[in-house]
Design a protein around this ligand. Structure first.
Ligand code: UD1
Length: 428
């Protein structure tokens, strides 16, 4: 397996173009199951998770073509001939977001057989909210042999009021897509309102859907007979932007994040500003650097949008390892999302975990070490730590990064980081 080697100590200087958001692109690709028209998505990142979704959709019969114009990737999807409504265990196991095909398949094709995702590195992550919501729209869903067997009633799904007991990004997306083709009105109450959901709603509106309440926790959808194709540009990846902002701050560098706006990462900017990071809006994006010298410890709690995202918790912890003072980091979305802690400790960090909170006490320096991570965001937090650590850090299990960070090594190297990917078997 490939590894990444980082020699710490260089300040990042330069610009980084932020890619289209993985977490927006995945549900956007699933919209192709809702129409026999062509859905063209611009600014789709080149990532392992996108390939997994492409393979899953192809197995349903969606024709997928990818075009490159410079560094921008466009993906055109045509779901005119759906030949198979099964999402097999092997693909769903690889990527939980595969369950996003459930709503669209039941809504347009009347049936679906989708594997239950099972556990993952950051907790049990059930899909009960997806199931209950679709049942409220009239779907019959049986769980057998590790699969969800879903069927729409004769005549299709029926609009209903769905009040989510817990905020879920994926369940909101599944229900939103399904409701576009249901009969009558659906209300999604206590819906997630991440920018990726607003992006999905905009694309669906472009396809002819009738949706109100964008950006709020109350979405109202009036079902239509059919949707048509459209062209849509994927929103910028706020998690990638936040990650590079923190990488700039931890290395005491200055980086311009191209293609991202302050409002997309407002909660993150507010927290980082308290920690001594400054942001300046530029015509092309946001410039990030330290305000004046040291970083300061701040307390952070993860929350659904517009709160501080769980997908930046590990990176924030890495940032806090060398800040002045202490920082209490509380994870409220996922259990078991502190897998980066033992690895950061091996690099010299001072962190104590008490249940869902971690107390980080800033240290003067980190030291490079061989490290290994169990998930995407934990991996990138170790890259950030490696950028300031003394000596070499070797990161194993790079495939986690390939799932969610497009050209990470190239982007950091272009800003002066000493970072390289070592092919499987290459000497360190
Ligand atoms: C999405 C993101 C992921 C991010 C997460 C939270 C994608 C592809 N992934 O994941 O990067 O970390 O949002 O911002 O967009 N839950 C239930 N029952 C359900 C569904 C969820 O109990 O049926 C729980 C989960 O276990 C978790 C919480 O709800 O504790 C939030 O999960 P959810 O928002 O659904 O996350 P994902 O959509 O899987």
């Amino acid at each position: 397996m490939d590894r990444i080697r980082i020699r710490g100590g260089k300040s990042l200087k330069g610009e980084i173009r932020i890619s289209g958001a993985k977490n927006a692109a995945l549900p956007l690709m699933a919209t192709s199951l809702l129409t026999d028209g062509e859905v063209r998505l611009d600014s789709v990142p080149d990532l392992a998770d996108i390939t997994t979704m492409t393979n899953l959709l192809a197995q349903h019969g969606v024709e997928v073509t990818t075009k490159l114009a410079g560094k921008e990737r466009s993906v055109t999807l045509s779901g005119a001939n759906i030949t198979d409504t099964t999402a097999p265990y092997d693909l769903v196991r690889k990527m939980r977001a595969s369950v996003l095909v459930l709503g669209p398949l039941v809504a347009r094709h009347g049936q679906a057989k989708v594997s239950l995702p099972g556990g993952c590195a950051i907790g049990t992550r059930p899909v009960d909210l997806h199931i209950k919501g679709l049942q409220q729209l009239g779907a019959e869903i049986d769980l057998r042999e590790g699969y969800m067997y879903a069927r729409a009633p004769q005549g299709g799904l029926i609009g209903a009021e769905v009040n989510f007991p817990k905020v879920s990004v994926g369940a909101t997306e599944n229900l939103l897509m399904a409701a576009t083709l249901a009969k009558g009105e659906t209300q999604l109450i206590n819906a997630a309102r991440e920018p990726e959901i607003t992006d999905l709603a905009k694309c669906l509106i472009g396809m002819g859907a009738e949706i109100e309440g964008l950006g709020t926790d109350h979405l109202r959808i009036r079902g239509v007979e059919r949707l048509h194709g459209t062209t849509h540009k994927v929103v910028a990846d706020r998690i990638e932007a936040g990650t590079y902002a923190m990488a700039a701050a931890i290395t005491n560098g200055e980086v311009e994040l191209i293609g991202v706006h302050h409002e997309l990462i407002a909660a993150v900017c507010a927290t980082l500003q308290q920690a001594g990071v400054q942001f300046t809006e530029t015509p092309r994006g946001l410039k990030v650097s330290r305000a004046n010298g040291d970083l300061l410890g701040v307390d952070v709690m993860t929350e659904p949008f517009p709160g501080f995202p769980t997908d930046l918790q590990a990176q924030m912890m890495a940032l806090m390892t060398t800040a002045q003072g202490a920082s209490m980091i509380t994870e409220t979305i996922f259990e078991n999302r502190f897998m980066h802690v033992p690895e950061l400790l091996r690099m010299g960090a001072s962190i104590n975990v008490h249940g869902a909170s971690a107390m980080v006490r800033g240290v003067k320096r980190l030291t490079g070490a061989p490290v290994m991570a169990t998930d995407l965001r934990a991996s990138v937090s170790l890259v950030m730590a490696g950028l300031v650590a003394e000596g070499d850090t070797i990161l194993n299990r790079v495939y986690h990064l390939d799932r969610g960070y497009e050209r990470l090594v190239q982007k950091l190297a272009a800003c002066g980081a000493e970072i390289e990917r070592l092919a499987d078997g290459a000497a360190e």
